[in-house]
Design a protein around this ligand. Sequence first.
Ligand SMILES: C[C@@](CO)(OP(=O)(O)O)[C@H](O)COP(=O)(O)OP(=O)(O)OC[C@H]1O[C@@H](n2ccc(N)nc2=O)[C@H](O)[C@@H]1O
Ligand SMILES: Nc1ncnc2c1ncn2[C@@H]1O[C@H](COP(=O)(O)OP(=O)(O)O)[C@@H](O)[C@H]1O
Length: 297
Amino acid sequence: MSRFPAAQGWSAWPAPAKLNLFLQIVGRRADGYHQLQTVFRLLDWGDSVFLRPRMDGVIARVGEGAAGVAEADDLLVRAAKILKNESKCVQGVDIGIEKRIPMGGGFGGGSSDAATVLVALNRLWGLGFDFERLAELGLRLGADVPVFVHGRNAWAEGVGERLTAIDLPSAWYLLASPGVHAATAGLFQAPDLTRNAAPAKIADFLSGTALGNAFEPVLRRREPAVEALFEALARIGTPRLTGSGSGCFVEFATRESAEAALAALPVGVNAWLARGADRSPLLDAVESFTTGASPSG
Ligand SMILES: C[C@@](CO)(OP(=O)(O)O)[C@H](O)COP(=O)(O)OP(=O)(O)OC[C@H]1O[C@@H](n2ccc(N)nc2=O)[C@H](O)[C@@H]1O
Ligand SMILES: Nc1ncnc2c1ncn2[C@@H]1O[C@H](COP(=O)(O)OP(=O)(O)O)[C@@H](O)[C@H]1O
């Protein structure tokens, strides 16, 4: 039984993971932040966020939360606080999470959790903010939050907030984690990171000429566990890094081929499968909520 049952007022909302199918750095802003070009692919797999509005104005995390993350630092809680401050809403909310997305793996779990809180609470509190406004608020929490708010696979520029929706072919992914936490800030500072790549076009990605990840060579040199994972995954396909790592993935056209690859991996590789999404399952949950049906709890 769920720890957050509908009978006790909880509603359940998906927070999908993402992959970066391509990532390069083309420059730097005056404040030092790096300007990227990347392709975000949303997955039909991720965390589950549970929300239960409360009338006393308190925002509280219920249950364990993301391992090792203090309540005040939790992106779930910070997203709810930003929305409350901006809207002057008098309501509060209890927040629960079933965490599946490994933290610090480049799968975007924290950012997606935050986006789900923004989008779902906007409905539950009846605020009527549009997605643009929610994405702007989300950007204050992290560069990956806006794509999760809009819920479409996207080509992204700027720090990841200038989004162009793109259609991607259906695909299955073998995801793998080497069990090391890649510190994003440190990797952006790495002297051997290529940060002046020639700008690519969406067509370069779609034709398959732009598929690399600028962090991949840096992380493979720094982390023996990442290099070992790449070598193991190379036996079943073409491994790639997501985000700033340390998570990796291999793309397959069908579920059957992904399952066969998973079965062929050496024992001890921490890998699992996920389907690429056409659009975020969060959008479906919000739309069914609008039409009067309650999301599953
Ligand atoms: C690399 C990407 C690709 O999707 O994803 P992840 O690997 O984190 O999932 C993102 O750009 C991650 O953006 P974001 O989630 O905002 O990064 P954070 O961990 O908050 O950033 C930590 C630090 O990295 C540096 N940083 C971050 C983003 C950026 N475009 N330029 C930077 O220089 C800044 O010093 C920042 O303080
Ligand atoms: N709800 C949350 N889920 C995951 N991480 C969170 C959360 N709230 C804060 N964090 C912090 O954000 C960091 C980055 O997490 P995450 O978004 O999962 O990885 P990545 O940015 O590599 O995709 C974590 O190491 C953790 O310190």
